[in-house]
Design a protein around this ligand. Sequence first.
Ligand code: C2E
Ligand code: CA
Ligand code: CA
Ligand code: CA
Length: 280
Amino acid sequence: AKELGKNNYQLYEASQEFSSSEKLILEEEMRQAIANEDFKLYYQPLVDASTGAINGAEALLRWYHAERGFVSPGEFVPLAEENHLIHEIGSWVIQTVCQQLRAWMDQGLPMFPVAINVSPIQFMNEELVAFIEEQLNTYNIPAKYLKLEITEGSLLRNEKTVLDKLQRLSNLGIKIAIDDFGTGFSSLMHLKKFSPDIIKIDKGFVQSIGNEQTIDAAITSTVLHLAQELNMTVIAEGVEEHVQLDFLRDHHCEIIQGFLFSKPVPVETFEQMLADGYLK
Ligand code: C2E
Ligand code: CA
Ligand code: CA
Ligand code: CA
């Protein structure tokens, strides 16, 4: 646990909601959930800011628990990182998305990338890249249909190891997004060192737009401007209001995600949206 260091304090804070005996119970239930396939993936559309067309999706994990109802990934992912079940759960996510992409390709649907969240502990796994490659091969999926979202926490390890991993993913043709951009330490330094393909502006900044939080709006427009200079794509997440959409459009943000368009939805609902093609 020492290696996790101070930058992972959020993981521990989040999982402190559970007592240690509760954690043991949840851990056992998590194991069963993996075996029983009680996890589900929801999909949230990513939308072209100027046309409203769906041009991507983020896969978001859901755990349906018999007594607790839906347990939020914000609660169980930190716990799964602590007890290392995140590797198994994460592999399930990767495999399930590849399987889903194959099904959509077979149905002849218009294709676009699906983003998968990879937590810092999972990103450290030495077998991650090989596993992704294996799944792409198994389901015969072009790598461009898979994107990985990592947080700045994943970049705070041995720099050479991180760079090497990013390079191997890039060689496969997989695009990397920095999630929750701007919430970590030295965000700008990370851009310089790791030059990600995509930056996801944290929803905290986006949601303050239009709420007299001029600093958050200034940060958002600055990140957008910087990304244009650096040839990176920006995705704004957490867009809930038209005033936020207008601001983002005015500042040439290309891709938008948020409840204004759609919440994360089960795959059947998502396919229905795809058939309709456009949102708002
Ligand atoms: P995240 O990667 O930052 O995902 C975005 C979160 O914002 C999702 O919460 C999504 O439902 C929510 N969101 C999207 N649009 C809006 C909006 O307009 N307003 C508001 N208020 N929220 C919005 P969710 O699904 O509860 O996931 C929470 C976190 O759990 C994710 O944050 C991610 O860090 C983690 N997570 C989810 N699925 C996975 C997974 O498969 N693997 C890993 N390792 N982590 C996951
Ligand atoms: Ca994400
Ligand atoms: Ca995020
Ligand atoms: Ca987050």
